[in-house]
Design a protein around this ligand. Structure first.
Ligand SMILES: *[C@@H]1O[C@H](CO)[C@@H](O)[C@H](O)[C@H]1NC(C)=O
Ligand SMILES: *[C@@H]1O[C@H](CO)[C@@H](O)[C@H](O)[C@H]1NC(C)=O
Ligand SMILES: *[C@@H]1O[C@H](CO)[C@@H](O)[C@H](O)[C@H]1NC(C)=O
Ligand SMILES: *[C@@H]1O[C@H](CO)[C@@H](O)[C@H](O)[C@H]1NC(C)=O
Ligand SMILES: [Cu+2]
Length: 247
């Protein structure tokens, strides 16, 4: 897409408060799109603090890094949310992904993507995600001026489940966020799928992180400087959180 056209689309989206956000609601597995909120824990409605007149939506972003909602999205840590969500069998080493349902145009906000796993001690449907998380993928800037999604604006974020991931049930957390130059204003889009990993195992995942807690409002990857904000030079940008586990 031509940058000028993209800019026009982005600006019109930003100006249209109703369509300015999105949620990762569809899990992609075996190269197949699954139904919205079938394998992904649904999110609760919220008002957008910047557009309080707009009716509450479940695809509004989160802002508060200290909230338990940072685990899986608004209220999605709750076992009652897990109970109504299915568990997808996933082959370790295979590609999976998350597709946004809304707005259809794509993941247009500037910023990185990450994916994390946390092993459930028992049934993942009952797991509140309070255990250890390890990062399995990160998508940082792809060029000096392009974020991974905001230059060609795909509707999905794809990555691979490491082949040596120990088999078992997990929460798979997808995250994309828009780091801002205003303190405590970064917009987080987070969802969790419930998965059952099948494979040879044998890996030792780590390093671990907890949600909330792993991100800091003062991290230069969360509260960015103007050069990053204006996309003058993204080459120094470091995605926050632990290093990805390669498996
Ligand atoms: C992600 O994978 C799906 C198939 O599962 C594919 O249709 C889509 O084009 C991929 N998206 C990107 C950005 O690679
Ligand atoms: C998801 O949650 C929204 C409210 O946040 C609700 O309107 C919608 O019906 C739910 N969808 C499913 C499939 O549970
Ligand atoms: C950030 O804003 C949230 C409200 O969205 C607030 O609850 C939280 O305390 C703020 N954090 C800091 C470090 O100011
Ligand atoms: C993906 O394919 C595998 C192997 O055929 C199958 O066992 C698994 O159930 C499929 N997952 C989903 C969610 O359909
Ligand atoms: Cu938005």
């Amino acid at each position: 897409m031509k940058p000028s056209l993209l800019l026009t689309i982005s600006l019109s989206l930003l100006l249209d408060s109703v369509s300015a956000h999105y949620a990762f609601s569809k899990f992609l597995v075996n190269n197949t799109e699954t139904a919205q909120w079938q394998y992904v824990r649904n999110l609760s409605l919220s008002r957008d603090p910047h557009n309080p007149a707009v009716e509450p939506l479940n695809y509004n972003p989160m802002f508060n890094l200290e909230s338990v909602d940072m685990r899986c999205g608004r209220d999605a840590w709750k076992p009652e949310r897990g109970a109504t969500t299915k568990v997808a069998t996933v082959i370790a080493g295979e590609k999976v992904g998350f597709r946004i349902e809304y707005p259809a145009v794509g993941i247009f906000h500037d910023g990185p993507g990450t994916a994390y796993l946390s092993k459930a001690p028992g049934n993942v449907k009952e797991y509140p995600g309070d255990g250890n998380w390890f990062k399995i993928h990160e998508a940082g800037p792809i060029s000096k001026t392009c974020w991974p999604f905001s230059c060609d604006v795909p509707a999905e974020y794809n990555f691979t489940i490491p082949r040596k991931t120990p088999p078992g049930q997990y929460l798979l957390r997808v995250e994309q966020f828009w780091p801002r130059v205003m303190f405590n204003e970064s917009q987080f889009y987070v969802s969790c799928a419930q998965i059952d990993v099948v494979g040879p195992g044998g890996g030792k995942p780590g390093p671990f992180a907890k949600f909330p807690g792993v991100y800091d409002n003062y991290d230069p990857g969360v509260w960015v400087d103007d050069s990053i904000n204006m996309k003058r030079d993204l080459s120094s940008y470091k995605v926050p959180g632990p290093a990805p586990w390669k498996g």
